[in-house]
Design a protein around this ligand. Structure first.
Ligand SMILES: [Zn+2]
Ligand SMILES: [Zn+2]
Length: 190
């Protein structure tokens, strides 16, 4: 966030980061590091939760992001203001063929999946650093939704909607001034 000059607002700023299933230990650590280093919030790496078998759709051979969210929303994460869950399965919501992440406006839980973020964009392998960068962008975008930020028309803003990997790669890991201010104000409201 660009504007961090103000004193930190009061309230619970712990953001839980949690693996759903195996194979996402490193992305969990990197997302938590950005919650701390970039957002100046307090990350808490939570014990991993089970792979969301219940959300698998036999019709689509993908995982229903809404079902994963509903399941997590029934769990108690009392000491966390918001929770980012990281997984590596192909997520969908009914109106899209796939999603990189999902969160409800002002909700408590955000999802980010490395599955599609590991795809090649232009025929070359994205490499581990690029996958982690994309994962972090999606995680912080979805976290913005949890603090009620909506999509931003500014293509240089993390809250701009990315419809594909090229757009995601073009989006900086930075909120615009407007979204940064909104985010900071949302943090103050408890
Ligand atoms: Zn969004
Ligand atoms: Zn913005």
């Amino acid at each position: 966030m660009r504007q961090t000059g103000d004193s930190m607002p009061l309230g619970n700023h712990t953001i839980g980061v949690c693996a759903l299933g195996n194979g996402v230990e490193l992305p969990v650590k990197v997302v938590a590091a950005h919650v701390s280093g970039y957002l100046k919030l307090t990350p808490k790496i939570l014990p991993p939760l089970a792979h969301p078998v219940h959300a698998f759709s036999e019709n689509r051979l993908q995982y229903d992001a809404g079902a994963v969210l509903r399941d997590l929303e029934n769990k108690r994460f009392d000491d966390c203001r918001k929770v980012i869950a990281v997984l590596n399965v192909d997520l969908f919501i009914p109106i899209f063929t796939h999603v990189y992440g999902e969160a409800r406006q002002n909700g408590k839980i955000a999802l980010v999946s490395t599955f599609r973020l590991s795809e090649k964009n232009d025929g070359s392998s994205p490499g581990p650093a690029k996958i982690l960068e994309r994962t972090t962008k999606v995680a912080l975008h979805e976290l913005g939704h949890l603090f009620n930020l909506e999509h931003c028309p500014d293509t240089r803003c993390l809250m701009h909607f990315s419809g594909n990997l090229a757009e995601l790669d073009d989006t900086p890991l930075d909120y615009c001034r407007y979204c940064a201010t909104y985010f900071r104000d949302a943090l103050r409201r408890s």
